[in-house]
Design a protein around this ligand. Structure first.
Ligand SMILES: [Zn+2]
Length: 686
């Protein structure tokens, strides 16, 4: 297949990397704390940025290099057996016989974002699980899409060529998703048709008239996706004109460098990464800073809540910053994808901390525990998932909270497919200095080339984030020197490391990496402990409410759930989840010593399905008092928080808190109970 081509590219990289290495001081052997891999060099075994693009700190391994196990495999299996794996039986947009994506002439009933949204996650799900049924099924669609390319280079639905939404010009957005489908397909199976296909399409884009390029609402805002695919191809072919196309795309993209270009939740979650992507080419730090600043600005206003997302129940709206505001499921998976990309581009581990915050605390609650349905909006405080209209408290009318596998949540229903499969591909990354990085911790096995080119296998055993211990075993056919990077999350100030059973005296810092740079022998072992402690976050902008964290997990009040079918069928029911126990509690906490206010209850950490109340491997017990005047409004939406500390005459009760991701009904930003003159009376509703 293409191994010869790959080795040629790799040898070109060896020359340039070698020249750069000569100028870099040799790194000492041993264990150290580092900000990231050395700059200015490139991994010799995996394709990363080709000059003049900035060198990549971390590089994605080819799909299939990482085999996930543990609870992540459990989630992926549920996805395969649930809505994503069976979406062709449910969604009219995934009907092979009527789709405009499968007709060689691009004619058909449905031809916009839904099919490629689903296919990019579905295909990757198959590759990550090595699930033959899914791979075969995805390949049927991919074959059909490859057959739609015409002599001009355009492919896919023909109606997109003259889209009403783009003033009669081409709607380039859906094809951006289809390109992602093809990139993964190539990485997995090395299909030699993919690169010429993409080359022809990008020539078409290059030749498309400037004044008509990236017109319409969605294409310019989401053009960073197009940019990523152009760089992907450039790094493989080296065709210099692709960088001209990248400039053209950037010049016609929404301008995220001048400030937040759009407050639609999905648009922001994927759009804000565009300047950092272009930074790889422009090499001007103003682009990287624009992405960081846009993130800080939106999170500083609408992200003053737990869960890693921001309040934008369609759009972020001025004044709507309470934790009752929702974050769309598309927003959750796009934000995760942005953070995964930014980790590799910048090497800054804070981005991947943000990814796991969403993955553990928000994504699971967007779906039913069996992954057979999802909802549109996941909110940090959300006490009734009934089907009723909750506008204007949330922006959209209609059902937004109840679970369904059907088209009521059309974009999310398809786009959610990529969440866990993309995550699983980021557990391990190659490093610029020919090593490996444990980026997202999870039980897995990774096979990769390191050091002098030796292929090693690292087995990772952990129940993280439900346990604080990560055990690695290195298997290698011969001794080989390479650096092993271990991410230290921002919340962990005292990581502990054992090498072959012996403690190391390493003083590692949060938001850095532990680097073990040594000559590895077969069967050597690393044990990393990331002690998790209880902490409180105070949300000053949301009335000094508090959230309770334990390591990367945030906790929510456990509320009794009544699951009630109201539509759909037995296989794919539409379901409401209604509360059966009180939820209107304020916490009684010692803010100076939060750990004294809670008891940590550890259960079996090795369950397959940790994201449900019954099986959640960890819970907290704490003290609370009810706030009787805190109610839901006439639409069943929880009333906004009021200023803490709050007065309560109610008795002190013991309450249970479970991980936010396991709680479909949840209070995760709590009022704090106070006493004396500083405590505020909760004002009743109108
Ligand atoms: Zn959506």
């Amino acid at each position: 297949m293409s191994s010869r081509k790959i080795s040629v590219i790799a040898s070109v990289l060896v020359v340039s990397a070698g020249a750069l290495r000569a100028a870099t001081a040799p790194q000492p052997v041993g264990v150290r704390s580092a900000l990231g891999p050395p700059k200015g060099i490139a991994n010799r075994f995996y394709i990363s940025n080709r000059p003049p693009l900035r060198r990549s700190a971390f590089v994605k391994l080819p799909i299939g290099s990482i085999t996930p196990s543990g609870w992540l495999r459990g989630e992926l299996r549920l996805e395969a057996d649930g809505m994503t794996g069976h979406l062709q039986e449910i969604s009219p947009w995934c009907d092979f016989n009527t789709s405009a994506w499968t007709d060689p002439a691009g004619q058909g009933k449905h031809g916009w974002e839904e099919l490629p949204y689903w296919l990019k996650g579905y295909g990757d799900l198959g590759y990550v699980l090595k699930d033959e049924r899914i791979i075969k099924d995805a390949s049927k669609w991919i074959e059909a899409i490859l057959a739609t390319q015409d002599s001009t280079g355009w492919f896919g639905p023909r109606e997109l060529l003259h889209s009403k939404d783009c003033d009669g010009h081409a709607d380039l957005w859906p094809n951006m998703l289809a390109l992602n489908v093809l990139q993964s397909w190539y990485e997995f199976g090395r299909d030699q048709r993919v690169m010429p296909f993409m080359t022809r399409y990008f020539k078409w884009e290059l030749n498309y008239p400037e004044q008509d390029f990236l017109r319409g609402y969605w294409p310019p805002i989401r053009a960073g996706d197009n940019l990523e695919s152009v760089y992907w191809l450039y790094n493989r072919t080296g065709d210099a004109w692709l960088l001209d196309l990248a400039k053209k795309i950037h010049n016609h993209a929404a301008d995220w460098t001048a400030g937040v270009a759009n407050l639609h939740n999905v648009n922001f979650a994927q759009g804000f990464r565009e300047p950092a992507e272009y930074w790889q080419q422009a090499n001007d730090d103003k682009y990287l800073h624009a992405t960081e600043r846009d993130y800080d600005q939106v999170m500083g206003e609408w992200g003053q809540v737990p869960g890693g997302g921001f309040g934008a129940d369609e759009n972020a709206r001025k004044g709507y910053i309470d934790p009752r505001q929702g974050f769309e499921t598309c927003g959750i998976v796009e934000y995760m994808h942005s953070f995964e990309m930014l980790m590799k581009i910048t090497g800054d581990p804070l981005w991947i901390d943000r990814c796991e915050d969403l993955a553990f605390n928000s994504l699971p609650a967007a779906l039913t525990p069996d992954l057979k349905g999802l909802h549109y909006l996941t909110c940090p405080n959300q006490v009734s998932l009934d089907r009723n209209d909750k506008s204007p408290g949330v922006q959209n009318g209609g059902t937004m909270f109840s679970y369904s596998a059907r088209e009521v949540y059309r974009c999310c229903q398809h786009n959610v497919a990529m969440g866990w499969p993309y995550y699983a591909q980021e557990l391990w990354l190659a490093t610029a200095d020919d090593g490996l990085c444990a980026s997202l911790y999870g039980s897995s096995e990774v096979k990769a080339r390191v050091g002098d080119g030796t292929q090693v296998t690292i087995s990772e055993q952990t129940a993280y984030p439900f346990s604080d211990t990560i055990e690695l075993k290195v298997s290698t056919p011969k001794v080989v020197r390479f650096p092993l990077y271990l991410r230290v999350p921002h919340w962990c100030d005292r990581p502990q490391l054992k090498l072959n059973g012996r403690a190391t005296g390493l003083q590692a810092r949060p938001d850095r990496f532990i680097v073990i740079d040594r000559t590895w022998k077969n069967d050597e072992r690393v044990a990393l402990r990331l002690p998790m402690k209880l902490s409180l976050r105070v949300w000053h902008k949301n009335h000094d409410s508090v959230s309770v964290d334990h390591g990367p997990l945030t906790f929510a009040l456990q509320i009794g759930e009544k699951w009630q079918k109201y539509g759909g069928d037995d296989q794919w029911p539409d379901t409401e989840v209604l509360p059966t126990t009180p939820w209107n509690y304020g916490l009684v906490v010692d803010e100076k010593d939060p750990s004294a206010s809670f008891q940590v209850i550890e259960r079996d950490p090795l369950v397959d399905r940790p994201f449900s109340p019954a099986t959640a491997p960890i819970a907290l017990r704490g003290k609370a008092r009810r706030i009787p005047k805190w109610k839901t409004d006439s639409k069943g939406l929880i009333e906004p928080l009021q200023q803490s500390p709050v007065k309560s005459e109610e008795p002190v009760e013991t309450v249970t808190l479970i991980p936010m991701g396991a709680a479909r009904l949840r209070i995760s930003a709590f009022p704090v109970i106070g006493e004396g003159p500083a405590a505020h009376e909760w004002r009743g509703g109108p």
